[in-house]
Ligand binder design. Structure first.
Ligand SMILES: Nc1ncnc2c1ncn2[C@@H]1O[C@H](COP(=O)(O)OP(=O)(O)OP(=O)(O)O)[C@@H](O)[C@H]1O
Length: 677
């Protein structure tokens, strides 16, 4: 019997958690030709430096298939050979039972054109930069070239599409899965030890394509290609993008007929929370355990790498700070910690790792004004990666109720709701793991493993324990989220240490002012980085300086320019005092350098991506993709053209750089995007 008690109860916990004042009130709502040798990444992403020469060819890249050898295949094609013999035309969307993937090869594409490559991605995959100019690379990036598969002997590694489900806009949506994504192989970077799964998006129909065509349009592919790499460069965990190709013979029907494209993307794992949702919906207890074990052992570094029980996990007073501290790790696989009614076994440690990672990521989104736009459970990664870039946006004017998703009429995925929504998704994950969490020390009891709870009384006991563990993880989520959010905002404001009063006096006061005056969120921090304290000594100086933060075409918000000068001038006064406390006098240069290292001057806003899409699609430009990628990979620079990156002088476009780092044009602020992609 599948354990269901937790499902109902944990559902009930969601509104309670969301209502807690602390949680909501302290979120910021209140208040080749393609490649150039000089364009490798800046080391701001997760992998760190390592540029320079070297690296593998595609042929010499080490390749593995851990996912497919650890988890069950669709029995319609038990082996890759079965799939390979089946004509692609016979692939039909269907329900796939008792499996987490189907072997399926990408559609063959005619004359693919490789449009752009991310140098940082090449580096992180340990691919030689020169490899991007080869025909092997072009054919691989379009899905025409398979690796590890021996055509003559019909054996070896083979591509696959994942099965997952999901809650979309709060409703159970049933089986989803990779409807247009196909994974090729995994590769481990020998320098960093990180293993990635390479995947093509827009590679053709799979059994998971439902009512759609398996294709991706150029427009959305450019957006995903750029933003994946931009987020990583901003140190926000994200799935990544290696290459973008145009499929000139594909005509894709959306609102109009559009060109098709493929993005090569990669991540440590493409498992979603929705992977667990579908197993739970199908009552597949054994597969939940197996997949959770795969996640812990094969993706997250082993059970010993997961967080140990906290000393006082249910003490909200002490907990506020202590819960956010980096937890000790190293508990053995079979170790069970805590008192009887709150025993934490390895699956609870796994749950908490997933909760903590997501809390960190959503805090970063909030601090940088990034919105995913469609935070369904199939778009939430247990690794805390930003994943699936549809109608995403970075905030222009600060507006907590803004959603970039044109179809999100109830603002479910608006900026202010992101922390609550991710928690809502994590509660669904807790429900899927429910009986494993609730079983405590009995989780490996053979009788329980075989058939679950023996009777209602045992079910009730397990439900209570699971519910309290999920609630406890909710406290940890809030604490980790808040600590990370405060850390980042403190750094963005150029302060060295967070003080309790900063939250209201500086963060909330600033955000309230920005909202009322309709000021640009990200530009504010960048411009603040260059403000000299001496200019803020007198009231008139502060009022004058306030205008730096206004749009050149004036203050559009409440009270206009006069109110703006007054409000921002008062805020600058408080800020100045705090900066002096932290840094002392005369440290403008050091502070400015520190602030510019966390406050990007370039972020790929909606209007910039629209412009690039138009220029590539309509005007046939190509080099603009290299330039936007270079800026996205080096977001903290003041200028790019003519500067030296990794020992070589970069050729950019000065006029474009200036435009893309100044005010968002008035008619293009806070645009929305539809889900059609
Ligand atoms: N054009 C399409 N063809 C086939 N399946 C699609 C298509 N567009 C979306 N889907 C599928 O619909 C579901 C939800 O779509 P969503 O837009 O969230 O995902 P996506 O952008 O295709 O994929 P991902 O999450 O892998 O980036 C997914 O299962 C996705 O594979």
């Amino acid at each position: 019997m599948l354990f269901r008690g937790t499902v109902c109860r944990a559902l009930a916990t969601v509104p309670r958690l969301q209502q807690q004042r602390l949680f909501l009130s302290q979120t910021p709502t209140t208040a080749t030709a393609i490649m150039t040798a000089n364009s490798s990444g800046d080391g701001t992403g997760e992998e760190g430096g390592g540029g320079g020469g070297g690296g593998h060819t595609l042929a010499s890249l080490p390749k593995t298939w851990h996912f497919t050898s650890s988890l069950p295949a669709d029995q319609m094609f038990p082996t890759p050979a079965d799939s390979h013999r089946t004509p692609r035309a016979d692939i039909r969307p269907r329900q796939v039972r008792n499996a987490l993937f189907t072997w399926v090869r990408p559609e063959t594409q005619q004359d693919p054109e490789l449009l752009a490559v991310s140098p940082a991605a090449l580096r992180d995959l340990d691919l030689a930069p020169a490899e991007a100019a080869t025909d092997d690379f072009r054919q691989t990036a379009a899905g025409n070239r398979l690796w590890g598969w021996d055509e003559d002997r019909l054996e070896g590694g083979y591509p696959w599409a994942q099965c997952y489900g999901g809650f979309q806009f709060g409703q159970w949506a049933g089986q989803l899965g990779d409807g247009r994504a196909i994974s090729l192989f995994e590769t481990t970077n020998g320098r960093t030890g990180t293993r990635y799964e390479l995947q093509l998006k827009g590679a053709g129909l799979t059994p998971y394509s439902r009512f759609a065509d398996g294709k991706a349009v150029l427009r959305s592919s450019i957006r995903e290609f750029v933003v994946s790499e931009a987020l990583n460069a901003l140190r926000i965990p994200s799935t990544r993008a290696l290459a973008l190709s145009l499929l000139p013979h594909q005509k894709v029907r959306r609102e109009t007929i559009e060109p098709g494209a493929v993005v090569v993307r990669f991540a440590q794992s493409w498992i979603r929370l929705g992977t667990f949702d579908i197993m739970r919906a199908r009552g597949d207890r054994a597969l939940i355990r197996r997949t959770a074990t795969y996640l812990a052992e094969d993706v997250l570094g082993g059970w010993e790498a997961l967080p140990r029980r906290l000393p006082n996990p249910d003490d909200p007073v002490d907990g506020g700070g202590a819960l956010a501290e980096p937890p000790a790790r190293g508990a053995g696989k079979d170790e069970v910690e805590g008192p009887e009614d709150a025993q934490e076994n390895r699956f609870q440690r796994l749950y908490r790792e997933v909760v903590r990672r997501n809390a960190l990521t959503v805090a970063k989104w909030q601090a940088y004004g990034f919105m995913n736009g469609v935070l369904n459970t199939d778009n939430t990664s247990p690794l805390g990666l930003s994943i699936d870039f549809g109608p995403f946006a970075f905030m222009d004017n600060f507006d907590p109720s803004y959603t970039p998703n044109h179809d999100d009429h109830f603002l479910r995925y608006s900026y202010r709701n992101q922390p609550s929504i991710i928690w809502w998704n994590l509660v669904r994950f807790g429900e899927a793991l429910g009986e494993l969490l609730g079983a405590g020390a009995g989780v490996d009891d053979p009788r329980f493993v075989e058939s679950g709870v023996a009777d209602d009384a045992e079910g009730e006991r397990l439900a209570q324990r699971a519910e309290s563990l999920i609630m406890q993880a909710g406290e940890e989520y809030k604490a980790v989220f808040l600590a990370e959010y405060k850390r980042l905002m403190t750094a963005r404001l150029g302060l060295r240490e967070h003080r309790d009063a900063d939250f209201d006096d500086l963060f909330s006061a600033l955000l309230d002012a920005m909202e009322a005056l309709e000021l640009d969120f990200n530009l504010f921090f960048r411009r603040l980085s260059s403000v000299r304290l001496a200019d803020l000594a007198a009231e008139q100086g502060r009022r004058d300086k306030a205008a730096v933060f206004f749009y050149k075409d004036g203050v559009t918000g409440i009270g206009g320019e006069e109110e703006g000068r007054k409000r921002i001038g008062e805020w600058l006064d408080k800020w100045r005092a705090r900066v002096v406390e932290d840094w002392g006098e005369g440290k403008d240069q050091e502070r400015s350098r520190a602030m510019k290292g966390v406050n990007p001057s370039f972020i790929p806003r909606g209007w910039i991506l629209d412009e690039v899409i138009q220029r590539v699609d309509r005007d046939g430009e190509r080099d603009v993709l290299r330039r936007i990628m270079h800026m996205a990979l080096h977001p903290f620079e003041d200028a790019w053209d003519g500067q030296t990156f990794d020992g070589a002088v970069y050729k950019g476009d000065r006029e474009e750089e200036l435009r893309w780092t100044s005010d968002v044009p008035r008619t293009q602020r806070a645009q929305q995007c539809s889900c059609s992609s």
